[in-house]
Design a protein around this ligand. Structure first.
Ligand SMILES: NC(=O)c1ccc[n+]([C@@H]2O[C@H](COP(=O)([O-])OP(=O)(O)OC[C@H]3O[C@@H](n4cnc5c(N)ncnc54)[C@H](OP(=O)(O)O)[C@@H]3O)[C@@H](O)[C@H]2O)c1
Length: 223
């Protein structure tokens, strides 16, 4: 399949790109910094310059046109202040949604965050971040696209264990970026999962079994 990944130089995105390319998919890596193009190319993707805080929807639509799916793995990051939670984590994700609709890309996979299911009030940056994630998730879930929202717990760079806990809501916990990339790979290729929200942390269950159990237990949100 042909996948357009927003935030392609990010740590989950690079792991995911290498997995997708290894299985024969075509990946366009949307980046904002031209200095990242060589790394993205080395991962096997085609770099496309696209700053989600500065582009017009028509430009983003051109960048994703013809893709089978878009995947949002960008983020303002932990060092950023509250205003970029709005411009990047919410509005950047929604710009990608508008572009996907305009370019008739049928599927959108969102890397959201645990806590967005019930975001706290408050002006601290983490609360603002979770509300930005929740706002973007809500609009995506109201769309006609084949959407999936993945809500990882706290991310680590430890090697993937291949064992996870997946449910609509799970208790707080850590999860490796390797395991989240493996889950996103499965989400993109397993259309049984669409129109669901998956929270994920590290756990005891092999990933494929956790997905099978989740899909049979969790009702799909109807279009
Ligand atoms: N950290 C956690 O514990 C945690 C937990 C749950 C969910 N998440 C979410 O998981 C996702 C991926 O996490 P990660 O750790 O893989 O992310 P990451 O390594 O911080 O990568 C984020 C990417 O987004 C890009 N980006 C920033 N602003 C952009 C813009 N205006 N236009 C286009 N791209 C832009 C960054 O590019 P530059 O290098 O150019 O800035 C970077 O490559 C994020 O959505 C994050 O919010 C994080």
């Amino acid at each position: 399949m042909d996948v357009a990944i927003a935030g392609a130089h990010g740590r989950i995105a690079r792991r995911l790109t290498r997995r997708l390319v290894a299985r024969g998919d075509t990946v366009r890596g949307l980046i904002r910094d031209p200095a990242h193009a060589d790394d993205v190319r080395a991962d096997g993707a085609d770099p496309v310059l696209c700053d989600l805080e500065r582009s017009l929807v028509t430009d983003v639509a051109l960048a994703v046109e013809g893709a089978d799916a878009v995947l949002f793995a960008a983020g303002a990051g932990p060092g950023s202040g509250a205003s970029r939670k709005g411009t990047m984590d919410r509005d950047g994700a929604l710009l990608l949604l508008e572009a996907a609709r305009s370019a008739r890309v049928p599927e959108y996979v969102m890397v959201s965050a645990m806590g967005a299911e019930d975001p706290p009030d408050g002006d601290d940056v983490f609360s603002v971040y979770l509300r930005a994630k929740a706002d973007a998730d809500r609009e995506l879930m109201a769309s006609e696209l084949a959407w999936t929202v993945v809500r990882p717990g706290r991310l680590t760079d430890d090697p993937g264990a291949g064992r996870v806990r997946i449910a609509r809501r799970v208790p707080r916990g850590d999860v490796t970026r390797d395991d989240v990339a493996a889950l996103l790979d499965a989400v993109l290729h397993d259309h049984r999962i669409a129109r669901r929200v998956l929270a994920v942390t590290g756990g005891d269950e092999p990933l494929a079994e956790a997905i099978d159990r989740f899909v049979s237990a969790d009702p799909r949100d109807e279009a």
